[in-house]
Write a protein that binds this ligand. Structure first.
Ligand SMILES: Nc1ncnc2c1ncn2[C@@H]1O[C@H](COP(=O)(O)OP(=O)(O)OP(=O)(O)O)[C@@H](O)[C@H]1O
Ligand SMILES: [Mg+2]
Length: 267
């Protein structure tokens, strides 16, 4: 079955070392991501999850003090060696990167501006995605006027506004209260379904991983390497509230916890 699907990202024998302190963050990491798949990378704190997304996004390539080996192919092109700029990747980073001096609309337009999209088109796309995340009425607000959940929605709108084929998300909902997280899970799944993007989502939360994923890759404690892969067979569309009381959710939770808890002890 999987052989019939289109391969979107291929990570092969990836090693990453921060040379100043001789910290190896990732060790021989190999996995595939299929087009349109929702893949979750799960691992204990400090195991190299952010490092992995930074590598895939191309951010680590030219960074001083970082040694990289292996291959990361996106649509067959090696991110680590290609000279052309990477297009089609949206990245919601672990750190909130909203610009405080720009309005909500100005923040969502930012990615489009960098890409040189003309002003009218920029505005149209930004407003379309603000509407999709339910923040149209806050277009002229500044980031400090927003709640934590609203800020996350703006970041999501910004990452999606220029139509990426791959969306990288690094613990985007970690700091939010439980209810807001549930709402955002629901919204994210809807956006993913409507736009047929490939998502690589990082978290250390098993609940969140099972709720969202088609497949979960579990990383070991640092240096992160692949400890296991779990397919989530729970049908979609999923109810983010009811899913947790289903038997298949609880069984999968127990299996993953067994693997993760050992790594948390090492972390
Ligand atoms: N720029 C850097 N320079 C040196 N070491 C770094 C750098 N970035 C990360 N590290 C180290 O690499 C390891 C992995 O860090 P990384 O941020 O990728 O982990 P993580 O899984 O995202 O952690 P968390 O769950 O806390 O976000 C850590 O030991 C960290 O100290
Ligand atoms: Mg991180």
């Amino acid at each position: 079955m999987e052989a019939l699907r289109n391969l979107k990202v291929k990570v092969e024998g990836l090693n990453v070392t921060y040379t100043r302190d001789h910290v190896q963050a990732l060790k021989n990491v190999t996995f595939d991501v299929y087009s349109g798949e929702f893949l979750v990378i799960l691992g204990p704190s400090g195991c190299g999850k952010t490092t992995l997304l930074n590598a895939i996004s191309g951010l680590l390539k030219h960074r001083k003090g970082v040694e990289l080996s292996g291959r990361i192919l996106i649509d067959g092109i090696n991110v680590l060696t290609t000279a052309s700029p990477l297009r089609g990747i949206g990245y919601v980073t672990q750190k909130d990167t909203l610009l405080p001096w720009r309005t909500v609309l100005g923040n969502v337009e930012l990615g489009l501006e960098i890409q040189g999209v003309p002003k009218a088109e920029r505005r149209r796309r930004a407003l379309e995605f603000l509407r999709k995340v339910g923040l149209e009425g806050f277009r002229d607000s500044y980031p400090y006027e927003l709640s934590g959940g609203m800020r996350k929605r703006v970041l999501l709108a910004r990452a999606l506004a220029y139509g990426p084929e791959i969306l990288l998300m690094d613990e985007p909902f970690a700091s939010l209260d439980a209810q807001t997280r549930l709402l955002l899970h629901e919204e994210l799944l809807k956006l993913w379904r409507d736009h047929r993007i490939t998502v690589i989502f990082v978290t250390h939360d098993i609940d969140e991983a099972i709720t969202l994923a088609d497949r979960i890759i579990l990383l070991t404690a640092r240096p992160g390497s692949i400890k296991g892969t779990y397919k989530v067979h729970i049908p979609r569309p999923r109810s983010v509230q009811l899913i947790k009381i289903s038997r298949s959710f609880q069984e999968l939770y127990a299996r993953i916890w067994e693997g993760l808890s050992e790594e948390v002890l090492y972390a």
